[in-house]
Design a protein around this ligand. Sequence first.
Ligand code: NI
Length: 402
Amino acid sequence: MNNTLLTPIKSSEIRPAIAKLQTQLVHWRRKLHQYPELGFKEVLTADFIAEKLNDWGIEYQTSIAKTGIVATIKSHHQGKVLAIRADMDALPIQEENEVSYCSKHDGLMHACGHDGHTAIALGIAYYLAHNRDKFQGIVKIIFQPAEEGPGGAKPIIEAGVLQNPEVDAIIGLHLWNNLPLGTIGVREGALMAAVECFKCEILGKGGHGAIPNQTIDSIVVGSHIVNALQTIVSRNISPIDSAVVTVGTFHSGTALNVIADTAKISGTVRYFNPTLEKYIGERIEAIISGICQSHGAKYKLDYWQLYPPVINHPRITQLVKSVALEIVETPLGVVPECQTMGGEDMSFFLQEIPGCYFFLGSANAQKGLDYPHHHPRFDFDETALSLGVEIFARCVEKFTNF
Ligand code: NI
């Protein structure tokens, strides 16, 4: 992984214009950071965005999928329609950073960088609104609520944000503390995993701990299930594919001399390959069903998909990659090995239209800005904000003729 900071390799009017925005970007980001709001409750956040869009004479719609906003910026020239997506929501985490812009909402924190995403989206809105002669076509900026769950992407798509005018492609970024500032994680195909979840209740027959022969021990049945689930990844999935089956909870029993009547197990499933969509869930049910049957137990199983995998389109990925190569010092600054088994509801947009989601390196270990996402001390190097705007600006500039 390359640790060097950015230096431009191509002179462009874009960089100096956006460099002037850096102070504002930091100001907006810190303001948003102080007032974090959970998914579908981003009311102050939406008001803040709307106020800026108003000031800049940008056409927009509010209250889409509850708290979402879509801004439409038309250039002075004919061209295609590109959407830029930013998420707005925060997390139920008590901030432990001691900074002047610390969260003022008790128990809530922008611990994933979505305050930065919103600031970057405002930055590109400002830039485009003031440079309508410098690009072609139309740019739609989608401020999406509730990425952290239950997921705002699906409802905002259903509300029609990809129509009127019809969007040709979509791009979006995540500030990424797993990558150092000055690197950009972009890859064709799967970037982030599908997220599926399960909850299972094993229905045995309780009894005296000393007389097991009169019972169906739900803990023993559950233990067999937890062990057997490990064979899905190791023995059912092709070793070329990546997948995870994690049992996250196992609750059962009330006393050391009582055989438990029921046991509850829950977990999460991750994979990149979309053809595995039904398969892992089916394997989980087959294992649970078979083990329960062999022990005389019954079961109830809930299995559902939260998000499909984030799959980047080859052509739009090429666009982002070409821009990334212009921005970072060497090709080594563009990191293709940036896949994660984390999930993202950007995937729903990418199922609808071609697009590319990418990671913008934001960690700076020297400044102590390298805590992981969702950590109470998460923070990032704000230099990444103007880089984000610059990447979007250059993508917009190239998109129509790419
Ligand atoms: Ni996030």
